[in-house]
Design a protein around this ligand. Structure first.
Ligand SMILES: NC(=O)c1ccc[n+]([C@@H]2O[C@H](COP(=O)([O-])OP(=O)(O)OC[C@H]3O[C@@H](n4cnc5c(N)ncnc54)[C@H](OP(=O)(O)O)[C@@H]3O)[C@@H](O)[C@H]2O)c1
Length: 221
């Protein structure tokens, strides 16, 4: 897939690098220095390059939005028209000092984003995982048991692309439902971050969802 990265910081740089190493064409964009983007592309190897947000979005099959909530309008403006694009967002609607969500309960950052890019299709993914664990999960991708990663969105074909990216980087994609479920996954992401950083050594948390097949068990008992 051609993946355009809007925001090449902790999440965008790592996810973009892993996407490139998994065989996708990646364009890194939106950092304060062009040199940083060029170095990222060189280090990622594969088919990765640096570009402007517009170049990243132009031919992309999937656009990854990975900026602080306060930068969303600016990066969308620079990216230009996203009609017809699949926008996968890992951005959480956080306040300036990253202590709280500014959109929650009756809406979500993902739904507000969908209102800002009316012609595009938004899928929320990757925001329930701390960036520090991404390379480790990618390296362990051949393990039988993979950590889960929830995603949600309204359109089946767009979610299919997001699920492929999630699987390619070593997680087990778990479809949490329509985009409005981001109202629950975003606070869940905050909880994961709080728990992950509780210890002294950085993120130490993995989550895995299991289905219990309760009905079958009931029948058999
Ligand atoms: N980090 C995590 O573990 C994590 C986990 C889950 C969700 N999230 C969410 O993911 C989103 C991205 O987080 P992040 O940690 O990747 O953020 P980040 O490291 O701060 O990256 C943001 C990117 O935006 C760029 N940027 C900021 N201001 C800019 C400006 N004025 N002009 C051009 N570029 C600018 C930064 O450039 P520079 O590279 O030059 O700084 C950086 O590349 C956030 O919404 C966050 O809540 C993060």
């Amino acid at each position: 897939m051609r993946v355009g990265i809007l925001g090449s910081g902790l999440m965008g740089a790592k996810l973009g690098t892993i996407f490139a190493r998994a065989g996708h064409d990646v364009v890194f964009s939106y950092a304060r220095s062009k040199k940083k983007l060029e170095k990222l592309a060189r280090d990622a190897g594969g088919n990765a390059r640096a570009g402007t947000p517009r170049e990243a979005a132009q031919n992309a099959d999937v656009v990854l939005l990975a900026v602080h909530w306060s930068r969303v309008d600016d990066v969308l403006k620079q990216a230009g028209d996203l009609s017809g694009k699949v926008v996968v967002t890992c951005s959480l609607p956080m306040n300036g000092d990253d202590t709280d969500l500014v959109v929650a309960h009756t809406s979500s950052g993902a739904e507000v984003l969908a209102g800002k890019v009316p012609g595009a299709d938004v899928v929320a993914a990757f925001n329930t995982v701390p960036s520090e664990v991404l390379f480790g999960v990618f390296e362990g991708r051949s393990h039988r048991t993979r950590p889960s990663l929830v995603y949600c969105g309204d359109k089946k074909s767009s979610k299919h692309l997001a699920a492929r990216l999630i699987r390619d980087i070593g997680f087990d994609p778990v479809d949490a439902g329509p985009l409005r479920i981001a109202r629950y996954t975003e606070p869940f992401a905050l909880l994961v971050a709080r728990l992950a950083y509780e210890g002294e050594g950085g993120p130490e948390l993995a989550y895995r969802f299991e289905r219990f097949h309760a009905r079958q068990e009931l029948k058999g008992s």
